[in-house]
Design a protein around this ligand. Structure first.
Ligand SMILES: C[S@@+](CC[C@H](N)C(=O)[O-])C[C@H]1O[C@@H](n2cnc3c(N)ncnc32)[C@H](O)[C@@H]1O
Length: 279
């Protein structure tokens, strides 16, 4: 199957997921009800993001825009959310409107983001289930760099590729089953339920086939350096935003961590970088 067909499967799958995620809650009503509220994901990085007053910000793979609205509420001057799913963006526009947040939304494949959006940015933000949908990390890194003005910053919070290598049922231990390094061939799944679990009254996923790729930490770091960015920090965490392993995980303010010896395996990472002034 060619890459365009794989990505088209993913786009149709994400169009289906949008309505399910809206129906699941997704923190939307909390953002609407309180004009000072920001999403849990953005809250985790508030100190790392720093003062966004007057900044131009782009959020790649913004989905329903809950994190995008949150970035706007941190004082950014211009905020753009980009995604290839029209249904995600239709909902994102509605949600941003209900939140009275000024956000532009652009529909494009992330690899085409530079052509799809005008202007340069002080911050490129992405993550939490974004990179796994992209076949190659190097053109993505070049896209990120091309969107930044000199001195501009990049922040990604993402699922750790080590976590992605481990079997779905860990009752017999943390066994490695899936690739750590980027492969040409995707992992192809058929899922009639999204990661939010069953949602009463929501439409079914009618395009259940989707394709994912893993990108090792070294591959991500090297791609960003080769694209001209300077890496400022790389943190790894024993917790993640979604529950990958059911009863084997416990929930707390950070998300989910292994109930038993969480120090064994990294589940999420945050990387920050910047485009140097003198490029
Ligand atoms: C799990 S969401 C990540 C956003 C955010 N963490 C959230 O949960 O709201 C993944 C998003 O990536 C988008 N996406 C996947 N592949 C893409 C691509 N090649 N170009 C642009 N968007 C893509 C999907 O449409 C989806 O909205």
């Amino acid at each position: 199957m060619d890459i365009d067909s794989l990505l088209e499967d993913n786009r149709a799958n994400w169009d289906d997921r949008a309505a399910i995620h809206v129906a699941s809650g997704y923190g939307i009503e909390e953002l609407v009800a309180d004009p000072t509220a920001i999403s849990d994901v953005v809250s985790q990085d508030r100190d790392r993001l720093g003062d966004l007053s007057g900044a131009d910000v782009i959020h790649l793979q913004c989905h329903l825009g809950t994190d995008t609205v949150s970035l706007a509420r941190l004082g950014a001057r211009r905020v753009v959310g980009l995604d290839f799913s029209g249904e995600s963006l239709a909902n994102a526009r509605r949600i941003a409107g209900r939140c009275d947040a000024e956000v532009e939304f652009a529909q494009a494949d992330v690899y085409d983001a530079r052509q799809a959006v005008s202007g340069d940015f002080d911050l490129v933000y992405t993550g939490v289930g974004a990179l796994c949908w992209l076949p190659q990390v190097r053109p993505w890194a070049r896209t990120v760099a091309s969107l930044l003005r000199p001195g501009g910053r990049f922040l990604i919070r993402e699922g750790h590729p080590i976590q992605a290598t481990i079997v779905d049922d860990i009752s017999d231990g943390l066994r490695i089953e899936y690739p750590y390094f980027e492969q040409v061939e995707p992992l192809t799944w058929t899922q009639t339920e999204s990661y939010v679990g069953p949602v009463g009254g929501a439409p079914a996923i009618s395009h259940p086939t989707c394709h994912e790729w893993t990108h090792g930490i070294g591959e991500v770091v090297t791609a960003l350096i080769d694209a001209g960015l300077v890496i400022d920090s790389l943190e790894e965490f024993d917790h993640m935003r979604w529950n990958a392993w059911g009863d084997a995980m416990v929930a707390d303010a950070d998300g989910y961590r292994l109930a038993d010896h969480p120090e064994r395996v990294p589940l999420e990472y945050v990387l920050t970088a910047h485009r140097p002034q003198d490029r």
